[in-house]
Design a protein around this ligand. Structure first.
Ligand SMILES: [Zn+2]
Length: 466
């Protein structure tokens, strides 16, 4: 009795939990405890940005989950850096944006959303391009009459006026290499990237050549060469022109008609257990194993029938290299819910690693893509499996889907090129191999892709000569 009394006292001391809501947009779900109004505002903003961003076009159907915390304090439990106000992270079945409500929300969520959209484009873009574009669109002004971009971002401008700039070499690097204050250098990196993308997008001297720059990058041209080719001057020269451009900086009205506000359908109320699992999911993505465990265990204890709780514990076990536990949890999760693509996918990998027959693994993966055709990694594995079985037509079908969903992964393009080569489709194979070279992120990937590309060039040329 005494224990119960203590427990009830503790419960009374807890602050009332706000409801979590789910709103749905295009390939996007937004989950929030910040209230319906704030959720709708953020979702409408994303849909409008999708409509005005020229690079966006088709997002390949990849799913996005936006988690919008009401409390900055709670958000900080998942963010490592003090200065971060939003996070973008790519995942297996979907990508994630995590942020919190408040005055800066439209700008922050737009910045992260631009990363999501750019991540669906095949061209590997320099970091200054990505961060600069994300900043440029972050404060886009969209109302019923017009769309304007390029309004001055004061903190960036103040920094640019007050501090020494990064050199062209530092800006072109993935991370600005500086001896002194790294945080200061990062802030300058954002400010300078914003200013540069402002000029490249909006200055009459540059804007018409920007599409060509992107095309050259997509063709695999080295960034500094592509810059010179598109804009007719070196990167260093453009940077040197930036200070005088900034003196007359203006926002610009875009020719695109203003997109209508997005009206999401009625929100759904998340159950308590789903809200708990959502936090566990975010913690897991952020590599915070202990927090994730707390949420998943509590959910499993209070709701033994929850497949997602068991699945969460299974995923956690996977990240901690405990395959036996993972299998137990995932099997239980599948008994409770046989229709979750991620659970099935992870289980298929466990089966594969445990030496299950290829038929068994294929069967599981086919169920995954039947449940979610936009599950890129599953399409890839099915394509590789079909290649191993010499079913090249089937392989190409799977791998085309995989390449659409994972356009920046060199190994996907490599697998596609190989299957097309086996079918004797040399020109298509050569194109895919070239993309594998462009998207390579390691030396090994690059060497493998180059070898395949060279072999295909010989085959294409050989065929033409015959
Ligand atoms: Zn960013």
């Amino acid at each position: 009795m005494r224990v119960l009394a203590v427990f009830l006292t503790l419960l009374a001391a807890l602050p009332a939990q706000a409801d979590w809501l789910r709103l749905r947009g295009t390939h996007t779900e937004l989950l929030t405890d910040a209230g319906e109004k704030e959720g709708r505002r953020a979702l409408s903003r994303l849909e409008q940005i999708r409509a005005i961003l020229p690079a966006a076009g088709d997002d390949g159907g990849r799913e996005l989950r936006v988690v919008l915390f009401d409390s900055e304090k709670e958000f900080r439990e998942y963010a490592r850096s003090e200065s971060t106000s939003g996070l973008y992270q790519s995942g297996l079945e979907r990508d994630y944006i995590v942020t919190y409500a408040g005055g800066e929300l439209p700008r922050v969520v737009t910045h992260e959303f631009v990363h999501f959209l750019l991540n669906q484009t095949p061209a590997p873009l320099p970091r200054w391009f990505e961060e600069g574009t994300a900043e440029l669109y972050s404060n886009a002004q969209i109302n019923g009459k017009r769309v304007r971009i390029g309004k001055e971002i004061e903190p960036h401008m103040n920094l640019l006026l007050a501090r020494p700039w990064l050199t062209a070499t530092q800006l072109a690097a993935e991370r600005p290499a500086v001896s002194a204050d790294q945080e200061q250098a990062e802030s300058m990196f954002y400010a300078e990237s914003w200013a540069l993308m402002h000029m490249l997008n909006l200055s009459p001297n540059y804007r018409d050549h920007l599409p060509q720059f992107v095309t050259l990058l997509a063709q695999g041209t080295d960034a500094s060469e592509a810059f010179r080719g598109a804009f007719g001057r070196d990167f260093e020269k453009a940077l040197a022109e930036l200070p005088s451009y900034l003196r007359r900086i203006r926002s610009v009205q875009l020719g695109t008609p203003p997109p209508a506000p997005f009206l999401a359908a009625k929100s759904e109320l998340l159950s308590d257990v789903d809200a708990m699992l959502l936090r566990g999911d975010v913690a897991l993505r952020r590599g915070l194993a202990e927090q994730a465990r707390t949420f998943f265990e509590q959910a499993a204890r209070e709701h033994p029938e929850s497949a997602a709780a068991e699945a969460g514990l299974g995923m956690l076990a996977l990240t901690q290299n405990r395959p036996g536990d993972a299998r137990r949890y995932l099997e239980r999760a599948m008994q409770l819910d046989a229709k979750d693509a991620t659970i099935l996918f992870e289980y298929a990998l466990l089966e594969r690693d445990a030496g299950a027959g290829t038929e068994r693994v294929r069967e599981l993966l086919e169920k995954v893509v039947a449940l979610n055709p936009n599950f890129g990694e599953a399409q890839l594995l099915l394509g590789v499996r079909a290649t191993d079985d010499r079913r090249y037509d089937a392989a190409v079908t799977y791998l085309r889907d995989a390449a659409r969903l994972l356009p920046r992964q060199s190994y996907v393009w490599h697998a596609l090129a190989y299957a097309q080569q086996k079918l004797g489709h040399y020109p298509e194979a050569l194109e895919a191999a070239q993309r594998a070279v462009r998207t390579a992120s390691t030396d090994e990937q690059e060497h493998m892709a180059e070898a395949l590309r060279d072999a295909l060039r010989d085959q294409v040329l050989g065929k033409a000569a015959r």
